[in-house]
Design a protein around this ligand. Structure first.
Ligand code: ATP
Length: 342
């Protein structure tokens, strides 16, 4: 099999530190990739005059697999979100975010095991906003049958393949009757026509928030549109130890980009304080994806080794980062995982 090239996008804030850690761990696990670093985010503006240079897009088009650190987005003004642009340009329509209880990480609940499927290309993230009159601004929520249908199909296919029992759709179709109504209609149709073996439920999202914090173990696969998926990802991260332990994948037909749920965490950037685990786990998702889609045995072996290594480091509890209750820095934690791979 030809050697896979992975497009590494370090990003902003803690991105360079956590993506470097992920690359080091993957290399140490014995899988041999060619890595090419590509710019995106605030850091790309100086050299390329844009936050999402064409060379980065072209590299993703060519190599089809990316591992990405977070990128900064200014609040209330400034340039458009790079993540939103990238997801739209590459049509990375499915965000997949597994949220699981981690060994030795004390939280309110045991046995949390959720997978969030977030529609990644439309909804209120379409970025269609305007000022209709002085003091009156509008933001357009877009839902298309094509996008609602394909995210539902992706979530159900995943649930079926992994023997997951239930898909819960979170919505607000009582208020947004057309947009969320279409999302529900598509999910219901995919379930009825193709996956009646899976338990299906629909929850209004405010109720879902309450149910999730009360007892997350009653949930399994969660399916929702873009904004709800963004918010729910952080809420669910809080159930298992925070943003340092939740990885993600952005899946498209032509290309897939793997990245942690967390942002740039400017408060930690450059201080060797970030937890790189979510980015490392995103790397493991990338390896598993290469196994699922290309049957690359070396990737599968490396994924299993890395998972065992970080689970051991967590269980031993000697090198935990601060967000997990320890005192280790990014480097110490990464080195501890690499040590277990030897
Ligand atoms: P952005 O604007 O890019 O979304 P942000 O700081 O607003 O960045 P996050 O990056 O998601 O949002 O971080 C929220 C908080 O969670 C951070 O201030 C940080 O304390 C914590 N956090 C996020 N990621 C990590 C991590 N990998 N390790 C440790 N703490 C983290």
């Amino acid at each position: 099999m030809a050697k896979q090239t992975v497009v590494l996008i370090p990003g902003d804030g803690i991105g360079p530190e956590v993506s470097r850690a992920a690359r080091q761990v993957i290399d140490a696990a014995g899988v041999s990739f060619d890595w090419i670093e590509m710019p995106a985010g605030e850091g790309a503006i100086k050299e390329h005059g844009t936050t999402l240079p064409d060379i980065t897009i072209h590299a993703l088009e060519q190599h089809k697999i990316g591992l990405k650190g977070p990128v900064g987005t200014p609040i209330a003004g400034g340039f458009k979100s790079v993540n939103v642009q990238l997801r739209k340009r590459m049509d990375l329509y499915a965000a997949v975010r597994p949220v699981r209880t981690m060994p030795n990480i004390k939280t309110r609940y045991d046995n949390v095991d959720l997978v969030i499927f977030r529609e990644n290309t439309e909804g209120l993230y379409s970025g269609i906003e305007n000022e209709v009159a002085p003091g009156v601004v509008m933001s357009m929520k877009v839902a298309t049958e094509k996008a609602c249908d394909r995210i539902a199909r992706y979530a159900f296919r995943y649930a079926n393949r992994r023997q997951r029992k239930k898909v819960s759709v979170f919505h607000k179709a009582n208020i947004m009757k057309l947009t969320d109504g279409l999302f529900l209609k598509c999910a219901r149709r995919v379930w009825e026509e193709e996956y009646p073996n899976i338990i299906y439920e629909e929850l209004i999202i405010d109720n879902a928030c309450m149910q999730l914090v009360k007892d997350p173990t009653r949930f399994d696969v969660l399916l929702m549109e873009n904004l709800y998926g963004d918010l729910m990802s952080d809420l669910c991260a809080g159930l298992v130890g925070g943003l340092g332990v939740v990885p993600g994948a952005n899946i498209g037909e032509a290309c897939s980009v793997f990245e942690a749920v967390h942002g740039t965490a400017p408060d930690l950037a450059g201080k060797d304080m970030a937890n790189p685990l979510a980015c490392i786990m995103s790397g493991v998702m990338m390896l598993n994806f290469l196994w699922d889609t290309r049957h690359d045995q070396a990737s599968k072996n490396a994924a299993e080794k890395i998972k065992a290594a970080y689970n051991t480091v967590l269980s031993e509890g000697l090198h935990l980062t601060r967000d997990l209750g320890g005192t280790a820095g990014t480097k110490e934690f990464t080195d501890a995982i690499i040590e277990k791979l030897k």
